[in-house]
Design a protein around this ligand. Structure first.
Ligand SMILES: Nc1ncnc2c1ncn2[C@@H]1O[C@H](COP(=O)(O)OP(=O)(O)OP(=O)(O)O)[C@@H](O)[C@H]1O
Length: 316
């Protein structure tokens, strides 16, 4: 197992009280696993991804542990996390395209980044060229400024940089959402290629786009209102989901490979609860067609078959 997250709680401090964006999240990632992380906007996906790499100033680690390759990550201690970032855990951020410094040539940026880890640029240069070729970029991009690259090229460049030191875990947050469909496919294929070539051990791919997740993920985790609703192998989640929220999420999608023409897709009525603080019991119950009395109690996130866990009283 490469990653184990245990009862992780991360809140945002605000003037109107804590936003419990991650409120008791437990899961693990096997070696070589690509996990897709999905759920409605605001459910905590980005917070989960960031928590594993860098908490921003308003995030507070309230409880729980993150263990990577047998070592507990000091996620609440920014300075101590430096030892792990880039080398052990790396992120391709949601706005990777604007994350690059516009005033630096790309090659110089990479030189500074590896230099900050005490690694001479010359020692990674040939590997860098090899990886650029792997994602279809010419080594000449290193001489250019970020503004001279297209969106898809920037995205692939950031992926190459983020994985240059072979991190154990890569978090890719909405890396394809701003790209056109064919570029999306190229970026997704490049991501899976990094794992296939053992350049990263495991990966969390955060996405609104279930078809992207279906294309590259081995497992899918569904979040709802700061907690995990369901995790299982991709086919199981798509073909026989057990959580009513997952079922609605999947049924709201066009079937993979099926053309829906002008047919309107069903949305999920209602909206998620406030996380400041969330209501007691199952957080989905106000929108759930199957809710009953027991749902006033919070259901455990429990395994119903090997590798398939669900937080729903109806599923156990
Ligand atoms: N800086 C912040 N201060 C206060 N609350 C925040 C902050 N950032 C996020 N939140 C809240 O934390 C919750 C989780 O947000 P997060 O961005 O992790 O969700 P998400 O699932 O990644 O959403 P999206 O798909 O829109 O990116 C939301 O309720 C959000 O409003």
């Amino acid at each position: 197992m490469s990653l184990a997250v245990e009862d992780l709680r991360v809140y945002y401090r605000t003037l109107r009280g804590d936003v419990r964006a991650l409120d008791g999240v437990t899961f693990s990632l096997a070696d070589h696993e690509i996990m897709g992380l999905v759920g409605e906007s605001g459910c905590g996906k980005t917070t989960l991804g960031k928590s594993l790499v860098r908490l921003d100033g308003r995030m507070r680690h309230v409880g729980g542990t993150v263990t990577l390759d047998g070592r507990e990550l000091p996620i609440g201690e920014d300075a101590r996390m430096n030892e792990f970032r880039f080398a052990e855990v790396s992120v391709v951020p949601q706005y990777a395209m604007s994350a690059m410094n516009p005033t630096r040539r790309i090659g110089r940026m990479v030189r500074e980044l590896v230099g900050s880890r005490g690694i001479p640029f010359a020692s990674v240069r040939s590997e860098l060229d090899r990886r650029l070729a792997l994602v279809g970029l010419d080594a000449e991009v290193l001489e250019r400024y970020p503004i001279e690259l297209s969106g898809g090229m920037k995205q692939r460049m950031v992926m190459v940089i983020s994985t240059l030191l072979n991190p154990s875990l890569l978090v890719a947050d909405e890396v394809t959402s701003a790209l056109d469909v064919s570029t999306q496919r190229a970026v997704a294929t490049a991501l899976a290629g990094f794992r296939d070539r053992d350049l990263v051990r495991s990966m969390i791919v955060i996405s609104h786009d279930l078809s992207l997740v279906y294309q590259i993920a081995d497992t899918v985790t569904v979040m709802y209102a700061g907690r995990l609703a369901e995790k299982g192998p991709t086919e199981v989640i798509v073909e026989r989901p057990r959580h009513p929220y997952t079922q609605l999420l999947i049924s709201a999608l066009p079937e993979v490979g099926v053309r829906y023409g002008g047919k309107r897709l069903a949305g999920i009525p209602g909206s998620p609860p406030s996380l400041r603080p969330p209501p007691p019991g199952c957080r989905f119950r106000a929108r759930c067609p199957l809710a009953y009395g027991k749902c006033a109690e919070q259901p455990p996130f429990a395994e119903i078959e090997p590798g398939h866990a669900v937080a729903c009283w109806r599923a156990s």
